[in-house]
Design a protein around this ligand. Structure first.
Ligand code: GLN
Length: 511
C-alpha cells in the first residue's frame, strides 16, 4: 500500500542519519555534532526542541505527513511551542509521523517511513516516531508529540526514551491539527523524566505549564477549573510535587496497582518478566506497596477507541477538500457542484490509512450504524472511566456522581463510583505488548494487527488520565530477533485525573 513504502532520504546530511528519516524539515542551524550530548539538567535555560509536524510553527511548514499539506505554512504558531520558546527552547526541526497522527509505527507518511535504527529498518513506534528518534539520537533535548491513543507513549517505549501524556485539557492544543478532539493531547518526550517534570510542574523560579490555561483552546481548563482540580489534594501522600522527600524515598508507601486484565496472552514473555521484576523491585527494595486490581472494561476499550477516534477523525478531515484546505488536484474538471474536484483532491491527498479511518468513521456515524457502534462505544468509554475511578484512592475531580435506581426504594441513592476495597495511587503496566518490530514485519501486518499495539495505551486516553512511559530494559535473550538496538520496552504509570505532578515525581524516582 502507498503509505507503507520504505522511502528514505529527507534529511540532507550523513548516510547513516538519512536512514532514520525522522525529520520532515530542519532548522537552518548547523546540526549538533556527535556523540549525543549528556542529558541536560532538569531545568536548563536553553534547550533544543523537535516538534511533531502536526503542530503549527511559523518557521517551518506544517505538513502532518500528508500529501495534502506538503506546502502548508501556518500563519500562527501553536501555543505550546510559544510557551516552550519562552522557556528557552530552540527549534531544531519538524518530525515525521503517521499522517495526521493515525498509526502506530510511523510508516503511513507521505515523507516515507521512520526507522529507529541505522543498521536495519526497525519501527520507531507511532505516530510520534520521528520525535522519539530525535530525542533518542540526542538531536533534541525535548520533543513534542501528540497522544490521542498512545502516540507519545508507544514510540517512547520502542525507542527507549520517556514519553508523557498529560491529563486531557492540561496542555494547550491551540495550533495542534486535530485528529480526535475528545482524546487529543500534546505530549512531551525526553531522555529523562526530570526535564519534563521541570517544564510541566515548574519550580521556584519558573511557572509550570500545568498552571497555564489557554483561552484560545476551548478544551484547555480555565484557571478556576485548574484550582478546583487540586483543591483538597495539597500535600497528598507527601509527594504531590516531590514534597520534602528525595530520590527513592518518594516511593515509600506509594500504592501501585497491577491491572490483572493487562496480562494478556499476546504479551511478550520478556516484557511480562520485566514488568514483574519492576513490581518486585518497587515492593521489596523501595518500600512501595503493589496490589492486584481489576479493570474489567479493558477488554472492550480498544474496540471502543477504534470506533470513537475514526468517527471524530472523519468529521475533522471533512475540511480538506482542495478548496478550503489542502492541495487541489489541478487535473480534475470542476463540475458545477464541485464534486469531481473534491473527490479527486481527497483521493490523491490522503493516504490509505487515513482513507480507511474516514470510511470507518463515516460508517459508524451513519444513521443505520450509529446505535450499534458510536453510541455503544460511548457507553464503553464511560465504563472504562468508572473502572479507573473505582481503583484510584483519589477522586476524579471531574467525576460525576452516579445515582442508582433501586426499584424497591422510593428514592434513588447518590453514591460514589467506589465499589471495591482496592485503592491505589498509580497503575503499573507495560506500555505495549511487544518490542519494536522490524519494518519488514510491520508491512506484513493487517491494520488490525497494528491497532493491537495500542491495547495498553488507549484506556487512559479514553478516560483522559495522565500516563507516562519510562524505559524498561528487557533481557536480550528474551528480546529475540525482533529487538531494537537496546531491547527497549516501556513501563507505563497511569494516574488519576490531574494527578500529573505526583505521577511525574514518582516516575522520576522509579527511573
Ligand atoms: N495508534 C493510534 C491510532 O492510530 C494512536 C494514535 C495517536 O495517539 N495519535 O489511532
Amino acid at each position: 500500500p502507498r503509505g507503507l513504502r520504505l522511502r528514505y532520504g529527507c534529511s540532507s546530511t550523513g548516510q547513516q542519519r538519512r536512514l532514520l528519516n525522522h525529520f520532515i524539515s530542519k532548522a537552518p542551524e548547523p546540526e549538533p555534532t556527535q556523540p549525543p550530548p549528556p542529558p541536560p539538567s532538569p531545568t536548563p535555560t536553553r534547550f533544543t526542541l523537535a516538534v511533531k509536524d502536526n503542530i503549527a510553527t511559523t518557521s517551518h511548514p506544517t505538513t502532518c505527513a500528508s500529501a495534502f499539506l506538503t506546502t502548508h505554512r501556518s500563519p500562527f504558531e501553536a501555543t505550546i511551542v510559544t510557551q516552550l520558546r519562552a522557556r528557552g527552547a530552540r527549534l531544531v526541526g519538524k518530525t515525521n509521523l503517521d499522517e495526521f497522527g493515525m498509526g502506530s509505527h510511523s510508516v503511513h507518511s507521505a515523507a516515507g517511513a521512520v526507522s529507529q535504527s541505522q543498521n536495519e529498518p526497525i519501527s520507531s513506534g507511532g505516530s510520534s516516531g520521528g520525535s522519539a528518534v530525535a530525542v533518542a539520537a540526542g538531536e533534541a533535548d525535548l520533543a513534542l508529540g501528540t497522544d490521542t491513543g498512545g502516540s507519545v507513549r508507544l514510540p517512547a517505549a520502542y525507542c527507549g526514551v520517556v514519553g508523557f501524556k498529560p491529563s486531557y485539557g492540561m496542555l494547550s492544543r491551540f495550533g495542534v491539527v486535530p485528529y480526535a478532539n475528545s482524546l487529543d493531547t500534546v505530549g512531551l518526550l525526553a531522555r529523562g523524566v526530570g526535564m519534563i517534570r521541570g517544564l510541566v510542574v515548574g519550580g521556584a523560579t519558573k511557572k509550570g505549564l500545568w498552571g497555564e490555561g489557554d483561552p484560545r483552546d476551548p478544551t484547555s481548563l480555565s484557571e478556576g477549573a485548574r484550582g478546583r482540580c487540586v483543591a483538597g489534594r495539597e500535600g497528598y501522600g507527601g509527594v504531590i510535587d516531590g514534597g520534602e522527600r528525595e530520590g527513592r524515598e518518594v516511593l515509600r508507601g506509594v500504592r501501585f496497582g497491577i491491572p490483572l486484565e493487562y496480562n494478556i496472552e499476546e504479551l511478550d514473555p520478556g516484557i511480562r518478566n520485566a514488568w514483574a521484576k519492576a513490581a518486585n523491585t518497587l515492593q521489596h527494595e523501595f518500600g512501595a506497596r503493589v496490589v492486584p486490581v481489576s479493570l474489567p472494561s479493558t477488554r472492550h476499550a480498544l474496540a471502543a477507541y477504534y470506533v470513537i477516534a475514526p468517527a471524530e477523525a472523519s468529521s475533522n478531515l471533512a475540511k480538506y477538500d482542495g478548496v478550503r484546505y489542502g492541495t487541489r488536484d489541478s487535473d480534475a474538471a470542476s463540475d458545477a457542484a464541485g464534486g469531481v474536484l473534491y473527490a479527486a483532491s481527497r483521493g490523491k491527498g490522503f493516504g490509505d490509512e487515513v482513507k480507511r479511518r474516514i470510511l470507518l468513521g463515516s460508517y459508524t456515524l451513519s444513521s443505520e450504524a450509529m446505535d450499534n457502534y458510536f453510541i455503544k462505544a460511548q457507553r464503553v468509554r464511560r465504563l472504562v472511566r468508572k473502572d479507573f475511578n473505582r481503583v484510584f484512592a483519589l477522586d476524579n475531580p471531574l467525576h460525576e456522581r452516579e445515582t442508582f435506581d433501586l426499584t424497591d426504594l422510593d428514592e434513588s441513592i447518590e453514591m460514589e463510583d467506589k465499589w471495591g476495597p482496592e485503592e491505589v495511587d498509580f497503575l503499573l503496566c507495560p506500555t505495549a505488548p511487544t518490542l519494536a518490530p522490524k519494518l519488514a514485519d510491520v508491512m506484513k501486518q493487517t491494520p488490525l494487527d497494528a491497532y493491537m499495539n495500542d491495547v495498553f495505551t488507549v484506556p487512559a486516553s479514553l478516560a483522559g488520565l495522565p500516563a507516562i512511559s519510562i524505559p524498561m530494559p528487557v533481557a536480550s535473550e528474551a528480546a529475540g530477533d525482533v529487538a531494537g538496538k537496546s531491547g527497549a520496552a516501556g513501563l507505563q504509570l497511569i494516574g488519576q485525573y490531574w494527578d500529573d505532578a505526583r505521577l511525574l515525581a514518582v516516575a522520576d524516582a522509579v527511573m
